[in-house]
Design a protein around this ligand. Structure first.
Ligand SMILES: CC(=O)SCCNC(=O)CCNC(=O)[C@H](O)C(C)(C)COP(=O)(O)OP(=O)(O)OC[C@H]1O[C@@H](n2cnc3c(N)ncnc32)[C@H](O)[C@@H]1OP(=O)(O)O
Ligand SMILES: CC(C)C(=O)C(=O)O
Length: 515
């Protein structure tokens, strides 16, 4: 199988992303991880850019042993000298030197004629070859260059000593078909092309960087360039993790191999995201938070029965521990039951169905159902199953205004099965609720403590109330209640404590009568 070299430029083109600035220690950390990931070449920086960049490239070049380290230089002697200064410590120093070849860039930016550009390119490669055993030459904006001129300058670059020729789509303008055709054209029109490796370098301005990279491979590219998470100038570069996984998953289509250790992808991606501060979009292919998440019931059911129904990549392939069946309003019973089992809840069918109903009601109101929400719902059902609720809150209504006395009206289903209603005032809404409930429950309540907190984050988080009380002079009991509204949660917590007290009494009587 044909081997494709992976050239990573996270630390050079990736760092060119607006807002990213990595220090030497951070660059070194990423470089070590790129080495573990198995990239063949890593571009560690642009040594002429700053003393800091030169130092970082030097440190990386002296540390990394299993990937070749390179640095970028303009076709300017002082840039090449700076690169040599940084890279001479490397096991096999490699330079990446470039000059633009498109009419727009030559005319307006370089202000050179095509002949002058050829001369500058050849001179710089020859100069670099005095120091570097390996010189990669890039035709910046190759895709928008005149094909015949491009073929001519590539031929001259090879004659001057370049051993890798990179043909970037610098502004992300190409379509896959067109970008592939450029490689085919070079293969057919550069007489000495077989002496070198051809390389792709794609930008993502039209969202086609990865597709273009794959098209280059199909048309003879031996090396592909890109970055982790696709970071880079403007809309970024081809995302290497996507390229690697596409080549592996569609081996049947591409029939090539790489040295990448794919199960290092997750770790590499996380590290780059964390150190650069570039957040990975949730739906990003391969490494996005949702890449292995299934939310809808039909998909979840399929994946539970057979993962390949909806997963073409296994999470393990990229070093992810498992897929994620996200429970939300589109989820179905299969996934909900499976999650309950995973969480250790052994509920009967009826309790599970009740829990599922409660879950769906909550899912309608909340963006995301958190693990804490599920614990609450499932625990509630489990307690219900074990305890047989004695007092159950039916409804609650509170009138509150800064100029009015808070009044609560509550309806509670009592142990006899009837629904009783009562109302009471209080210094605040919670006290009014507790006073009304105390009139309904048959006994003396002594409230000892009361706390409310939110479960999870966000404006739509559930409220949890905890009540400590004694009932008819029992020992202190704790009751918990959860609801979207803290007043409802408070009423539930209050009744939960009373129910626990009654249950305890029933148990004691049962034990006494059996002795
Ligand atoms: C497509 C790419 O990603 S290319 C890489 C882009 N990366 C970077 O630019 C990051 C590092 N760059 C830098 O730190 C600075 O730009 C430096 C140190 C390289 C140069 O800084 P300055 O000397 O202040 O020049 P400045 O950046 O303003 O302008 C670039 C100059 O280089 C020239 N130039 C651009 N590319 C090349 C090239 N490949 N070969 C020779 N000269 C070039 C420009 O024409 C311009 O020349 P001019 O000053 O005669 O007009
Ligand atoms: C310098 C070259 C390789 C580049 O980054 C580009 O053309 O995008």
């Amino acid at each position: 199988m044909r081997k494709i070299d992976i050239f990573d430029t996270t630390l050079r083109d990736g760092e060119q992303s607006a807002g990213i600035n990595l220090n030497t220690a951070e660059k070194l950390e990423i470089a070590k991880q790129l080495e573990r990931f198995g990239v063949d070449v890593m571009e560690a920086g642009f040594p002429a850019a700053s003393p800091g960049d030169l130092d970082a490239v030097r440190q990386i070049a002296s540390t990394i042993k299993h990937s070749s380290v390179t640095g970028l230089a303009r076709s300017v002697k002082s840039d090449i000298d700076a690169a040599w200064e940084a890279l001479k410590v490397a096991e096999c120093p490699r330079l990446h030197v470039f000059i633009a070849t498109s009419p727009i860039h030559m005319t307006y930016k370089l202000k050179q004629t095509p002949e002058q550009v050829v001369e500058t390119a050849v001179e710089s490669i020859k100069y670099a070859k005095q120091f570097f055993p390996i010189v990669q030459w890039s035709a910046e904006d190759a895709f928008r260059s005149d094909p015949a001129f491009l073929a001519h300058i590539v031929e001259q670059a090879i004659k001057a000593g370049a051993s890798v020729i990179n043909l970037p789509d610098t502004v992300g303008y190409a379509t896959p078909h067109e970008y592939g055709a450029m490689f085919k054209y070079m293969k057919e029109n550069v007489p000495n092309v077989e002496q070198v490796k051809l390389s792709s370098h794609c930008h993502n301005d039209l969202g086609m960087a990865v597709a273009n990279t794959l098209a280059a491979i199909e048309n003879g590219a031996d090396q592909v360039e890109g970055t982790i998470n696709g970071i880079g100038e403007r809309a970024g570069n081809a995302a290497l993790e996507e390229v690697g996984v596409a080549l592996y998953t569609r081996k049947d289509a591409y029939n090539v191999e790489t040295n990448l250790t794919l199960n290092e992808i997750k770790r590499t991606s996380q590290l780059v995201s964390q150190l650069t501060g570039m957040v990975i979009q949730a739906n990003k292919a391969v490494v996005g938070k949702n890449a292995f998440a299934h939310e809808s019931g039909i998909h979840q059911d399929g994946v539970l029965k057979e993962p390949t129904t909806y997963e073409i990549i296994t999470p393990e392939l990229i070093g992810e521990t498992s897929n994620n069946l996200v429970l939300g309003k589109h989820s179905g019973r299969h996934a909900f039951h499976e999650r309950a089992k995973e969480m250790g809840f052994l509920l009967d069918k009826e309790a599970l169905n009740e829990a599922f109903k409660e879950f769906k009601q909550l899912a309608d109101r909340k963006k995301e159902i958190t693990k804490e929400d599920l614990w609450t719902i499932l625990t509630h059902q489990q307690l219900k199953a074990e305890e047989t609720a004695i007092y159950e809150l039916e409804s609650i209504q509170v009138q509150y205004g800064t100029e009015h006395i808070p009044t609560a009206t509550v309806q509670v289903k009592i142990p006899e099965g009837t629904v009783v209603e009562d109302a009471c005032t209080g210094a605040g809404s919670v006290e009014a609720i507790f006073n009304a409930l105390e009139r309904i429950v048959d006994g003396k309540v002594n409230l000892l403590d009361y706390r409310v907190s939110s479960i999870g984050k966000g404006r739509d988080a559930l409220g949890e109330a905890v009540v400590n009380l004694t009932f008819n002079h029992t020992e202190e009991l704790t009751g918990r209640g959860t609801a979207q509204d803290v007043l409802e949660a408070s009423a539930k917590a209050y009744l939960n404590a009373i129910n626990r007290s009654l249950l305890q009494k029933q148990m004691e009587e049962l034990v006494k009568s059996s002795v």
